[in-house]
Design a protein around this ligand. Structure first.
Ligand SMILES: Cc1cc2nc3c(=O)[nH]c(=O)nc-3n(C[C@H](O)[C@H](O)[C@H](O)COP(=O)(O)OP(=O)(O)OC[C@H]3O[C@@H](n4cnc5c(N)ncnc54)[C@H](O)[C@@H]3O)c2cc1C
Ligand code: SF4
Ligand code: SF4
Length: 474
């Protein structure tokens, strides 16, 4: 299978990107697709390994290794190389319900453990996945299945993020009548109101939701379960209820002055920005000519950096509590690499502001505010980890002007207030329900069950949850 010498003949190519100075003028996707010949060459680099680690869905050192969906990667790589794109897509759709989401935002756990990456660069699997799904939409290979035979069972899915959507799709495909309830004014969870438009354009989510509607799933928005619709009403109307509500409680900043105005949680900021963009309104949180400090060093902080660059902030600084990662990978294959990454948003800020905006082993010591309780600056401090504890390093305080402080320090889980509304209880923000509860009809999946994770993990978890319900009625 494949082109036996492809991996020796062709170097991995990454998609070209629009230059920073140009792309920050808007919030559009800035990647430039390969032409067909290049795409085929890239697919031909796949060695069709006897043991394809890329699709292995394993855990090594408690981290995901290989595609959690076990996508049939060598098979579709080969079919792309042959130019049999529709057949390749048919292999992809067997395991991946929403390749247009993962093809855009997945950190490509498959590529980290591709055997090619032991001696060279990994096969560009994620780009192949996105190519296939976009070809499928373009050529009309995706058709809504409108002839599903119903089994008389009704399921309510609460939350329309990736886990809720994958659970709903799997149940619907298997004859269940599914209603998805969403508290927000748009569907998609963090795909819609978390991940910014330049990473996942929002029409892509709407395109999939429309397909799911055509296949018979009912979508109801602006309805918060526990508030707008009671749990008891839901219990009496449905056979089973799936909670896919994500993690609602962000990790807070605790320091002197942390009640100041101008301190925002990252998801609130990103959500409002996307909403304003879609509704063509002025930004509620306008960072233009403002000094912005972002606390946190993960995906969310990076998305805030990209957004701040587009809003023409005067300055952006990112504070990361962790040590600066090494430049070269320190972990042996097939572990997910441990090395310093500069993702798109930080890269854009580094380019615009002419220096690396990241300060490692640094956090906020105090927020300084004016007489109107608005933030005007912050004092930072250096810290280090000692025996698993964070310890301040004396005499390291530094002052920065700051008009907006954005908190991107991760999520704790489900808030107690939300849990109360669902008639559930939490222990340290985790819902106290064992994974899948066969005794009654309540199920939990996605980030709400596992804590903050990845889109691909949420999709897999939603499908696993659906499988448990399907099994129950076999
Ligand atoms: C800013 C940001 C960027 C990210 N970037 C990436 C990335 O690049 N790649 C990646 O793989 N992962 C990324 N993630 C993580 C990823 O988005 C999540 O792991 C994933 O969305 C979790 O899916 P979910 O379905 O469990 O929950 P969510 O996507 O959080 O969806 C939960 C939904 O439930 C709704 N809801 C909650 N309570 C109720 C209620 N009572 N009634 C009705 N509806 C309710 C919410 O409004 C929401 O729409 C990012 C996360 C953030 C915050
Ligand atoms: S979903 Fe993610 S891990 Fe799986 S094949 Fe696609 S990019 Fe790779
Ligand atoms: S590990 Fe890499 S080279 Fe091997 S089958 Fe998977 S994608 Fe192809």
């Amino acid at each position: 299978m494949g082109k036996p010498t492809g991996f020796m003949e062709f170097k991995r190519l990454n998609k070209d990107e629009i230059k920073v100075e140009e792309r920050i003028k808007n919030f559009n996707d800035f990647h430039i697709s390969f032409d067909l010949n290049i795409q085929r060459q890239q697919a031909s680099r796949c060695m069709n390994c006897g043991v394809p680690f890329c699709q292995s869905a394993m855990k090594v050192n408690n981290r995901n290794v290989g595609c959690p969906l076990s996508n049939l990667i060598p098979e579709w790589n080969h079919l792309i190389y042959l130019g049999l794109y529709e057949e390749a897509y048919k292999r992809l759709e067997m395991t991946a319900p929403f390749p247009e989401f993962t093809g855009n935002v997945c950190p490509a756990l498959c590529e980290a453990c591709c055997s090619c990456s032991i001696h060279d660069d990994a096969v560009g699997i994620k780009a192949n996945e996105l190519f296939l799904i976009e070809e499928a939409y373009k050529n009309g290979w995706i058709k809504p299945n409108k002839n599903i035979k119903r089994n008389g069972k009704r399921v309510a899915v609460i939350g329309s993020g990736p886990s809720g959507l994958s659970c709903a799709k799997k149940l619907n495909d298997n004859g269940f009548s599914v209603t998805v309830y969403e508290k927000s004014d748009r569907f998609g969870g963090l795909l819609m109101y978390g991940i910014p438009n330049m990473k996942l354009e929002k029409h892509i989510i709407e395109r999939r939701i429309n397909l799911l509607k055509e296949e018979g799933i009912v979508f109801i928005k602006n309805t918060k379960i526990g508030k707008d619709l009671s749990m008891s009403k839901l219990q009496s109307s449905f056979d089973d209820i799936v909670f896919a509500c994500g993690t609602s409680a962000p990790r807070p900043l605790v320091c002197k002055g942390c009640d100041a105005d101008g301190i925002l949680y990252a998801v609130d900021f990103l959500k409002e920005t996307t909403k304003d963009l879609l509704e063509e309104k002025d930004f509620k949180y306008n960072l233009k000519d403002k000094n912005v400090i972002i606390v946190g060093g993960g995906d969310t902080a990076n998305d805030c950096c990209g957004t701040a660059a587009r809003e023409q902030a005067k300055s952006v600084i990112e504070l990361e509590i962790t040590k600066e990662p090494p430049q070269n990978n320190t972990l042996p294959w097939p572990n997910y690499p441990n090395k310093k990454k500069t993702d798109y948003g930080v890269y854009e800020c580094n380019t615009v502001y002419g220096k690396d905006i990241r300060k490692y082993e640094t956090t906020i010591d105090e927020v300084i505010k004016d007489e109107h309780n608005h933030i005007v600056g912050v004092k930072s401090k250096k810290v280090k980890f000692e025996n698993g504890k964070i310890v301040d390093i004396p005499d390291t305080k530094e002052y920065f002007d700051c008009d907006y402080l954005i908190i991107a320090m991760g999520f704790l889980g489900t808030s107690d207030r939300d849990a109360k509304e669902y008639n559930m209880i939490t222990n340290r923000n985790r819902i106290l329900l064992h994974d899948f509860n066969y005794e009654d009809n309540i199920y939990v999946c996605g980030d709400m069950k596992n804590g903050q994770s990845l889109v691909v993990v949420a999709i897999k978890d939603g499908m696993d949850c659906a499988n448990k319900i399907i099994e129950k009625y076999r």
